[in-house]
Design a protein around this ligand. Structure first.
Ligand SMILES: [Zn+2]
Length: 590
């Protein structure tokens, strides 16, 4: 998504917007020292622990850990996606997102007419449920489902009457309307290019996005036709991998939930809501995606996934684990509940009532629990081999979890199951960017361990004080240093050399869609280095000098090893001599 809006534009936008002004309009801020404070809008609190920094253009809550840039704030606070947040900020400061030419527009041609058309269709379907001669059958179906008028009203349930050209006849009068109905997925073209209504003789479930716009519909048959459920196709405004049925309605009741439950169908959401469980949402006939999960983890403390108890349900749950791990953040939990075989939330709650369902959800197994029980089924923990295999299976999964308390918890659990020390596991999984080099000389490992945070300290310094990086002298060849994080450090230095005025938020926006972004944002929440601006420059140069020294050590070891095996070239001999005399206690090779 972010890739479609030019980074140049994001840079300008972040530079133009003032995060203090933005947040102050929504949450009343008070000046406190160099920063601003308020009671956090993302969690309940009485004493303010939410801070906004004008220098960094960054907010951070010490209570719940929420943090980010102005774009990130709007995404969280107003439940917008990235493009929407950028559009909103751009309109606030009167900037136009570059469109046309070589730059692809963020959302295809202007989507406004499609939203209007979908809204009109929603109204039409709603009216038909009340008044169409064929509607009693649909109303009867809904009654059998025990869905009362209040639920039908809240979810705006409608009816698409039988017939092939109802929508064209009612909504297709304007010259562009036919194309808009087609683009909105409301009509479809047959083999003879004859347009006809997509939804016919079906109960209609309008799907609203988080901002409340109708983006598509689901339809269920009344007779034995197939498919039983039919959704709008993917359109410029409807993406199944992003939308969740019922989320808009849940957010109308409250903006943040202690718990949201993810189920499979519209009728599950409705059956639960009809019995007072207003916090269920459904995917739209697709597997759960990361795009689904990111907002869910923002909008709830806990997300519980409901699956059928059969093998297919187990498999779907495991897929969800793999998708959920990268989206998890501290303070938010994922859990899994498996229903008795052959039951869905709809049938279960009608048979056993809401208390039973709530009880199941409350005792759902946590993600860690589910993850390990699934892995343990594949290995024999009583053998050394099995324990090693468990560590091997868990490793790629642990690597997906963002750094933080949850990741530590999983590592600890893995340790207690395999008998490996946390530090050993950390060594294996803790540094995903550093390829394991078993043949690496011992000396390098010990120096790395003594100063694990050299590169990190430099990056942290730059994140808090980007201005220092703009003038730093970057040693040539430092890119050859084999040390985790070096290339990221050099990338940030390069970025600042090119754009000396980037703020903390400006840097973070450059890494929004990359795995490093998460680490950088974490660093921005830590206390800034307590040094004067002169001290900071000195500190950075000092670190760079030490990294250069490490590079020389690496080069020295490489040449020493090589000269034991083969002859060195003249240039290598010269370099080796130079390095030998520079190494502490280094012998002269003669
Ligand atoms: Zn908070």
């Amino acid at each position: 998504m972010a890739g479609l809006i030019p980074q140049e534009f994001i840079d300008d936008l972040v530079a133009r917007v003032d995060i203090v002004e933005l947040i102050d309009e929504l949450v009343h801020l008070k000046k406190a020292g160099r920063e601003y404070k308020a009671c956090c809008p993302f969690h309940d609190e009485k004493t303010p622990s939410f801070t906004v920094s004008a220098d960094k253009q960054f907010y951070h809550c010490f209570g719940c850990g929420a943090h980010g840039t102005a774009i990130g704030f709007l995404m969280e606070y107003s439940h917008l996606d990235f493009v929407e947040a950028v559009e909103e900020l751009a309109s606030r400061v009167g900037m136009d997102i570059p469109r046309g030419g070589d730059t692809p527009r963020p959302r295809g041609p202007d989507s406004t007419p499609l939203y209007a058309m979908l809204e009109q269709a929603r109204g039409y379907f709603r009216q038909q449920l009340a008044g169409h001669p064929a509607a009693p059958e649909a109303r009867h179906y809904l009654e059998r489902r025990e869905l009362d008028a209040k639920i039908l009203e809240r979810f705006e349930i409608g009816y698409a009457p039988p017939g092939w050209n109802n929508l064209l006849r009612v909504l297709g009068k304007a010259p562009e309307a036919g194309q808009q109905l087609l683009d909105a997925g409301l009509i479809t073209e047959g083999s003879r290019n004859e347009p006809y209504d997509r939804f016919r003789d079906r109960v209609i479930f309008p799907i609203r996005d988080r901002r409340g716009r109708v983006v598509g519909f689901g339809g269920r048959v009344l007779k034995d036709d197939t498919p039983k459920y039919l959704n709008s196709p993917e359109t410029p405004v409807f993406h199944k991998g992003r939308e969740l049925y019922g989320l808009y309605q849940a957010l109308q009741i409250q903006g943040h939930w202690p718990r949201l439950v993810v189920v499979e169908g519209y009728t599950d959401v409705l059956a639960l809501a009809a019995r007072g469980i207003d916090y269920a949402v459904a995917t739209l006939g697709t597997a759960v995606t990361e795009e689904h999960l990111k907002p869910l983890f923002r909008l709830a403390d806990e997300v519980v996934f409901c699956f059928d108890g059969d093998r297919a349900g187990q498999k779907a749950a495991w897929r969800t684990v793999e998708v959920a791990l990268p989206a998890l953040r501290d303070g938010c939990q994922a859990a899994f509940v498996f229903l008795p075989e052959g039951e869905d939330p709809d049938s279960l709650i009608r048979r056993l009532g809401p208390e039973d369902f709530e009880q199941r959800v409350a005792s759902a197994s946590g993600l860690t629990e589910f993850l390990f029980s699934h892995l343990q089924e594949q290995v024999d923990l009583s053998s050394l081999d099995g324990r090693a295999r468990l560590a091997g299976l868990a490793r790629p999964l642990v690597e997906k979890i963002p750094p933080g308390a949850l990741r530590q918890l999983v590592i600890k659990r893995l340790g207690s199951l395999t008998g490996l020390e946390s530090a050993e596991i950390d060594e294996v999984v803790g540094r995903p960017s550093s390829p394991t080099r078993p043949s690496r000389p011992r000396i390098s490992q010990s120096t790395d361990r003594q100063r694990p945070s050299l590169v990190r300290s430099a990056i942290q310094l730059l994140i808090h004080h980007p201005e220092v990086g703009a003038t730093a002298a970057i040693p040539v060849d430092l890119d050859k240093l084999e040390l985790a994080g070096t290339s990221l450090l050099l990338e940030i230095l390069g970025l600042l050399a090119e754009k000396p005025s980037l703020s903390t938020a400006g840097i973070l926006e450059h890494f929004r869609d990359r795995p490093e972004g998460r680490h950088l944002t974490q660093l921005a929440t830590l206390a800034p280095p307590a040094l004067s601006s002169e001290g900071l420059s000195q500190e950075l140069q000092d670190i760079l000098a030490r990294l250069l020294r490490k590079l020389e050590e690496q080069r020295y070891r490489h040449l020493a090893q090589k000269c034991g095996n083969t002859a060195l070239s003249e240039a290598e001999k010269e370099e080796y001599r130079r390095l030998c005399s520079a190494m502490p206690g280094g012998e002269n090779p003669g």
